[in-house]
Ligand binder design. Structure first.
Ligand SMILES: [Zn+2]
Length: 348
């Protein structure tokens, strides 16, 4: 049923049930865990506690949410749906409850920043977190949020808009204060042609995404590398934070012309190789951080915990570049309406 290019078949993370559900994440305790658990590629430097109100969940966060939902939803029946508000970014589909209740979730995948729950009816429940959306997994009185990262999430009950009661014994609760999230039902064969899907480029962690593919997409592009990597048609769901981080890791300036990672014929040069490696490493490290943080919760056995990303450049304006021997200072500029953080010394 699932297309090969969806993500989700390979879930090596242990499930939430095995991890225990008597735990949840609390962003107020971010700093402690952050200092304790730095991870490969991200030095243990906490960003200033100033968060752009418009930041939204990015690919690693969505993938972490997927890995949190998969063990409690996949193979389970949705016994009851509470749609407490019919209007998210768009109204919930007509017959939303009727089309979902009683169906078995046959897979929980992801495409770009969309979570895709395949239902036994042949429908796919397409879910997007929007700007402020999050899921909680609840069992009795215990709750857990799969995926926090850089963005604190609301747990205010007034914003619990959709609740799925699962035969696995848990409730999956969608909370979204700003209601930019999205829930749609699309028949599986129509998914690729759906207006939200049809122009989405390759998955950055997929095998098909390599230097040749990126170079071909950037060939002749007169826009900046930052703009090219932010374009969903070039690569799916990378998001502002990870574009900044990947460019720093690849030592490429965000202002560099996108076409310069390809030869005139569109073949990849060494910059394209470096950039693709950096994109994959940055995303994998971020997802791993989510996973290791979830494991931390089990170890602390009930104690509140949480995690925060540790960025090389993002949100670090005016601070020392972390590239060994660089000595540069992280600068912030605005490109395509979004903040770009980079080091003008080592990113060329
Ligand atoms: Zn530097």
């Amino acid at each position: 049923m699932r297309r090969a290019r969806d993500v989700g078949a390979e879930n090596e993370e242990p499930g939430l049930v095995e991890r225990g559900l008597g735990l949840f994440l609390d962003h107020r305790r971010v700093a402690n865990v952050g200092r304790r658990t730095g991870f490969a590629g991200f030095p243990c430097v906490l960003p200033p506690a100033m968060h752009d109100a418009t930041t939204m969940p990015e690919l690693p966060e969505v993938e972490t949410v997927r890995r949190g939902l998969q063990p409690v939803m996949e193979g389970a029946r949705i016994t009851k749906v509470e749609a407490r508000r019919g209007d998210l970014r768009q109204p919930l589909p007509k017959d939303f409850v009727k089309r979902i209740e009683g169906r078995v979730v046959t897979g929980v995948g992801r495409r770009a920043k969309y979570l895709l729950a395949d239902l036994s009816s042949g429908d796919v429940l397409m879910m997007h977190l929007g700007m402020s959306g999050s899921f909680r997994v609840a069992k009795d009185d215990a709750e857990k949020i799969p995926g926090e990262f850089h963005h604190p999430r609301s747990q205010a009950r007034a914003h619990d808009h959709v609740v799925f009661h699962m035969s696995s014994g848990v409730r999956v609760i969608f909370n979204d204060p700003r209601r930019f999230g999205l829930m749609l039902l699309v028949s599986r064969p129509d998914l690729d042609a759906h207006p939200l899907m049809k122009e989405v480029g390759p998955e950055p962690l997929g095998n098909a995404f390599d230097a040749a593919m990126l170079a071909a997409a950037c060939k002749g592009k007169k826009t900046s590398l930052k703009a090219a990597l932010s374009d969903q048609k070039v690569v799916a769901g990378l998001g502002n934070i990870y574009v900044c981080e990947a460019l720093h890791r690849a030592r490429l300036s965000p202002k560099r012309m996108a076409s310069t990672i390809a030869t005139r014929s569109g073949a990849p040069n060494e910059r394209a190789e470096r950039l693709v490696d950096a994109i994959k490493i940055v995303l994998q490290d971020a997802i791993k951080a989510g996973g290791s943080s979830l494991r931390d919760h089990r170890r602390t056995d009930g104690e509140l915990g949480d995690f925060q990303h540790h960025f090389r450049v993002y949100d670090r304006e005016g601070r020392r570049c972390v590239t060994p021997g660089c000595g540069g200072t992280v600068k912030r500029i605005v490109q395509v309406g979004r903040s770009t953080y980079f080091c003008p010394v080592c990113q060329k």
